[in-house]
Design a protein around this ligand. Sequence first.
Ligand code: PBG
Length: 330
Amino acid sequence: MYPLQRNRRLRTNAATRALVRETTITPNDFLVPLFVVEGQDIKDEIPSMPNYFRYSLDLLVAEVKSLWQLGLKSVLLFVKVPDNLKDNKGEEALNPNGLMQRAIKTVKNACPDMLVMTDVALDPYSIYGHDGIIENGVIKNDATATFLANMSISHAKAGADIVAPSDMMDGRILTIREALENNGYTNTGIMSYSAKYASAFYGPFRDALDSAPVDKINIPKDKKTYQMDYGNRLEALKETEMDIDEGADIVMVKPGISYLDILRDIKNNVNVPVAVYQVSGEYAMIKAAAEKGWLDHDQIMLETITAFKRAGADIIASYFAKDVVKLLNT
Ligand code: PBG
């Protein structure tokens, strides 16, 4: 006798497939990373990130308005800091009139209801391209956490809704949470990059911000003393649970597509929203293969984004956000 279940019945045509599909994508799923630079009238394509740009504040206005019109309501801001403002301790990051602080205000003025998240990390401000303050060739954990707390207050003061520490220092979520509470920013949220791996997929991002670790004697040339070893799985859960205990409102897995197992593990074990970051190298790979005509850009893009959500992501940070939403609208 034939099996009573013929699974292909529910794949017969597009309408049936749409009816039974478990995972669907909407604009609400996305967090849009934005790169900001000093200057005027600048919309600079990032060479290793085709069709992705660094914006000066004047042109950022139109960009966030167009995101808003597409239904993209959350952005994550990164700044490219001029070389002459970089040092070891990130002094410029605390400047109330710094690029990040002005960028926050610019977005809020352009789109008052846009959710503004900010990158909280030292590397764009560091002459060494590291996420920590360096003393005698060592990344100083606790001094960096204190610095990140001050940076978070500065962003909150400028109007950020959620700060997003992307550094992987120990204990920084607690330090930041306490600083925010003590300064009256009780409603400012924290999205922690909680399971962030030391990954080669960040290359194009470091080009975009000119933030790669420098190659100097006595200074680590990679981020392996603070970002996680990609051979590890249990550690991701430990990091994430600790960050939630310390006050993280949202946690994150990063990179994305090579870490779907971690994403699912975390989704199954925590009760806060889980974000995933489809990072610059993932974007670059798809763009490059599509340019060569080896892969179908839009199909691959949708497949990866759907995979994140299926694997448990509540929030997807992706350079494809705008392209995906445009495609969904057609
Ligand atoms: C650094 C930071 C990185 C990214 C976000 N914040 C790179 C790094 O850790 O060196 C990567 C994002 C991407 O590759 O898209 N604080």
